[in-house]
Ligand binder design. Sequence first.
Ligand code: OGA
Ligand code: MN
Length: 287
Amino acid sequence: MVETAQQENSMGQLDIRPIAGALGAEIHGIDLSQELDDETIAEVRQALLDHLVIFFRGQDITPARHLDFARRFGEIVEYPLVKGLEGYPEIMTVVKLEHEKVNFGGLWHSDTTYLEQPPLGSILLARELPPFGGDTLFANMYLAYETLSDGMKALLGPLKGVSTSNLQRVSDTRSERMKDAAKVTPREVLTATHPVVRTHPETNRKALYVNGAHTCRFDGMTEEESAPLLAYLYAHQTRPEFTCRFRWEPGSIAFWDNRCTQHNPINDYHGHKRVMHRITIAGDTPE
Ligand code: OGA
Ligand code: MN
């Protein structure tokens, strides 16, 4: 049996409803179009730490309010590869158009681990949705670590993983957006080396920190040598019982902690449009 990560909400004002055993909770009883007091923000932050990804519904807020809310959790960072929304460079649009076949980030990943300081998290707001499909999966990387054997934990403990921005399988998912709004030349490659097991800076819990979109090898080893163990970890870390699945509605928001989760937007709505607005919060150096 896998232990669940959900915890009781002890503080009180927010109505927090877990959506799965592993991670994820909807937060009701909050209106993000209004300025929020520090206490409420602290409760939201605690809910994020407890549930790893939190969801809000019916929050059809303006880009300016979306930004104000995000700024309460840290400094905003722009996505390194694709330009932002007209007039709001800090807001990135995550779009799939009717005629397109690939969706942005359409595989299991943690965001931009090829940076020295990958984000704390992102706040993604649904603007336009397909009539069906386009759900997003999330996975709990604390559980992925905790369910490994003591032998595997000991093996992984000292290892570092190298992340790169140019693995073909993820570059393919960015191709449509890079056509019109690339910030870097496609050949520019970003790489960073991080611990395979990181300790979350706020919860002090250990999380498995490799991902199939960006990690290309273990530091000090070749790609060929690394591939079998990485393949095992990629399969293990996305076991269904470590995941939750979020069904979007216009005005839904997902706020994920990128330090201890991965996500995977499902590409099952060809012929329909999906438009999301994303704001990303700066993180620290993984340790
Ligand atoms: C992202 C991403 C998820 C989605 O914005 O980082 O992976 O549901 N998108 O579109
Ligand atoms: Mn992503």
